[in-house]
Ligand binder design. Structure first.
Ligand SMILES: Cc1cc2nc3c(=O)[nH]c(=O)nc-3n(C[C@H](O)[C@H](O)[C@H](O)COP(=O)(O)OP(=O)(O)OC[C@H]3O[C@@H](n4cnc5c(N)ncnc54)[C@H](O)[C@@H]3O)c2cc1C
Length: 359
């Protein structure tokens, strides 16, 4: 295989899906373009709780990458990236193959933070990568046992609600207050839904380790059991730390408003793996960055001035309540109802349809 490209897209995150979709109809840059992804599918996080609640089939929540790429004349390369050399730039895959390009765009997402574990008394199921999560969750469902959920953000809350009734007991642990980044009313609504669903919630309980079959937090034993779902907030990919790209204090790639690396402008980054002041890590920003990214990757190749990503002041969050309804959070306001569930379903399915998913 010829390993030299004009542009490499690393990771099939939400931004790159939008970029490739745009290029299928217009403004595709000239030259050889490749997409590198660990998996043949890209999964849509917003519908994951719906898969757990059996409102969606897994096939409805994923995009087949070879087909999407073919429509835009982008070569699909399946492989796990294990290192990045930003000067060339060059990607090293787990197979030992190195891919080189003139321009590089990173949309690799993030992974949840996982507590330190001693012994093998507890099975930990991380929400990402999604394909592994779904496969193992389906195995767990065949022999249900009590589950602890780590993480009091939107993902932890939605998953706990989706799991309700499918396992004998659910305990949710969060380091601070539940849904701390949202309107205070959303926390109250979520606590009510969780209570009604039989989920035990422990706030201000940062779990730092797992010892055998016990969760340890605040120096105390907090829960005993054999199954833990890890839905903690985003952590950067470890191998990016070794790359030499300029990173923020947490380890995410610092980018300018044009989505270019602050240290290596021929490398772009978007979505969870990127760091820009005022931009939270969520799917909304990753999706919205796609249009600017697609335009800039075309403009940079012909030496034209680039566009800037202007984050919106407020992002909409719709949290599935596990019963078909949803809770809404926007600009410090919160509301709930079946109508929001219908709206969420419409937005999610429309997104998947646009990307050619098997709805
Ligand atoms: C359960 C759950 C529900 C969520 N619901 C919402 C929601 O409703 N709304 C919202 O705004 N946000 C939601 N989020 C947050 C959202 O998932 C992330 O912010 C979003 O996925 C980030 O998108 P991204 O484009 O950065 O990358 P992702 O969509 O995470 O994609 C990263 C891609 O990179 C690939 N990749 C990673 N590492 C490698 C590697 N080493 N080699 C090759 N490929 C690699 C992966 O396979 C994947 O294709 C949710 C998160 C979870 C966990």
């Amino acid at each position: 295989m010829n390993t030299d490209f004009d542009l490499l897209l690393a990771g099939a995150g939400h931004s790159h899906l939008g970029v490739i979709r745009q290029w299928a109809s217009r403004d595709r840059p000239m030259g050889r373009i490749g997409l590198v992804s660990a998996e043949p599918h890209a999964w849509y996080s917003g519908m994951m709780p719906g898969v757990v609640a059996e409102r969606y089939q897994p096939r409805q929540c994923r995009v087949a990458l070879p087909k999407l790429c073919a429509a835009a004349d982008v070569e699909f390369v399946q492989g796990t990236i294990v290192a990045l050399q930003p000067e060339t730039p060059e990607l090293l895959l787990a197979t030992g193959v190195s891919l080189r390009s003139t321009w590089l765009s990173l949309n690799l997402g993030s992974l949840p933070w996982v507590p330190e574990q001693t012994g093998d008394g507890m099975e930990m199921l991380s929400v990402k990568p999604f394909a592994d999560f779904i496969r193992r969750w389906q195995q767990w469902e065949e022999a249900p046992e009590p589950v602890a959920v780590l993480g009091g953000g939107a993902a932890g809350v939605e998953l706990a609600l989706a799991m309700s009734g499918r396992v004998p007991a659910i305990s949710l642990f969060t380091a601070g207050e539940l849904l701390i980044d949202h309107a205070p009313r959303l926390r109250r609504l979520a606590l009510r839904h969780l209570g009604a669903a039989g989920v035990t919630v422990s706030e201000h309980t940062p779990i730092h380790s797992v010892d055998g079959n016990t969760l340890i937090g605040n120096g105390e034993q907090c829960w005993r059991g054999r199954r833990l779902v890890v839905a903690t907030g985003p952590s950067p990919l470890e191998w990016l730390r070794e790359s030499g790209l300029r990173l923020d204090g947490q380890g995410f790639v610092e980018v300018s408003p044009s989505l270019q690396s602050r240290s290596h402008p021929h490398v772009f980054a978007s979505g969870d793996c990127a760091s820009m002041p005022g931009v939270a890590r969520n799917g909304v920003h990753a999706v919205r960055q796609a249009r600017v990214l697609a335009t800039n990757l075309s403009l940079v190749a012909i030496g034209q001035p680039l566009r800037r990503y202007h984050p919106q002041a407020h992002t909409l969050a719709l949290l599935a309540d596990g019963q078909g309804g949803a809770m809404l959070s926007w600009a410090g306001l919160a509301a709930e109802g079946d109508v929001f569930g219908v709206w969420k379903n419409h937005l999610d399915l429309s997104f998947m349809r646009r990307h050619g998913a098997d709805i």
